[in-house]
Design a protein around this ligand. Structure first.
Ligand code: PEP
Length: 254
């Protein structure tokens, strides 16, 4: 049986607190009878507590956009897993391509963050994906496999089972270029195969594999119709309530 699509919005460094709270209130209202889908939003850190309050008791998840791997200490400017969990968050984006490429985050750091998050039951949305060069050189599967291997190193089977993995080709993020549904499905299928080989079929099937990269209302239906695409991670189009709701609607009608 197919899983309920899991649609998550990554607001990145956008909106004001007031706009974010209004958005969350309207989203809650609009989705109150929508049981065929799971949704979530990842607002900036300073919105998390207010937005978690607005969404408390609803089925809409709240995620942070990052954490540090250490639980506490002398890390000026950083936020710990416990701090974000305290705000009411259930999820956290880890390994997002903007963190990897703009802030130099490497696999071992991401792996340490994954372990810290899982140790306090904060669910990672683990982002992986190849750059344009890597795709053009035919290295997509090699890159994705390495990111999976290194990111999941030492993580127990029962924790892998709970993961959300977001396949986000770097060349499709914020560029308006979407991977074709078939291109995305092929990589998703490869990811599922990797998980099956490493952890068995049951674990592989329970992992949510989202696609991310210029998802819009217009391309949602054909992406979500692919058998290996369990959900979507939406950046730009999740900042406007109208387009985010259209994406959620299109993903619910299959
Ligand atoms: C993202 O940031 O995860 C993302 C997919 O962005 P966009 O939808 O804007 O490409």
């Amino acid at each position: 049986m197919r899983k309920k699509p899991f649609i998550v919005g990554n607001w990145k460094m956008n909106l004001t607190l007031a706009e974010g709270v209004e958005f969350a209130k309207s989203l809650r209202k609009s989705l109150q009878n929508k049981n065929e889908i799971i949704s979530g939003i990842c607002p900036p850190f300073t919105f998390l507590k207010d937005i978690s309050r607005v969404l408390e008791g609803s089925s809409i998840c709240v995620g942070a956009q990052n954490i540090h791997s250490e639980k506490n200490g002398a890390y000026t400017g950083e936020i710990s897993a416990l701090m974000v969990k305290d705000t009411g968050c259930t999820h956290v984006l880890l390994g997002h391509s903007e963190r990897r490429h703009l802030f130099g985050e490497i696999d071992s750091f991401i792996n340490a963050k994954m372990k810290t998050a899982l140790s306090i039951d904060l669910k990672p949305i683990f982002c992986i994906g190849e750059t344009l060069n890597e795709r053009e050189e035919g290295k997509t599967k090699y890159v994705v496999k390495n990111q999976l291997k290194n990111g999941l190193l030492g993580i127990a089977r029962n924790h892998v089972e709970e993961l959300v993995i977001a396949y986000e080709p770097v060349w499709a993020i914020g560029t308006g270029k979407t991977a074709s549904p078939e291109q995305a499905n092929e990589v998703h299928s490869f990811i599922r195969g990797f998980l099956t080989d490493e952890y068995g079929k049951d674990v592989a099937n329970s992992v949510y594999i989202q696609y991310g990269g210029s998802v819009k209302p217009e391309n949602t239906k054909e992406l979500i119709a692919q058998p290996e695409i369990d959900g979507l991670l939406v950046g730009g189009a999740s900042i406007k309530l109208e387009s985010f709701l259209k994406i959620i609607d299109a993903a619910s009608i299959q």
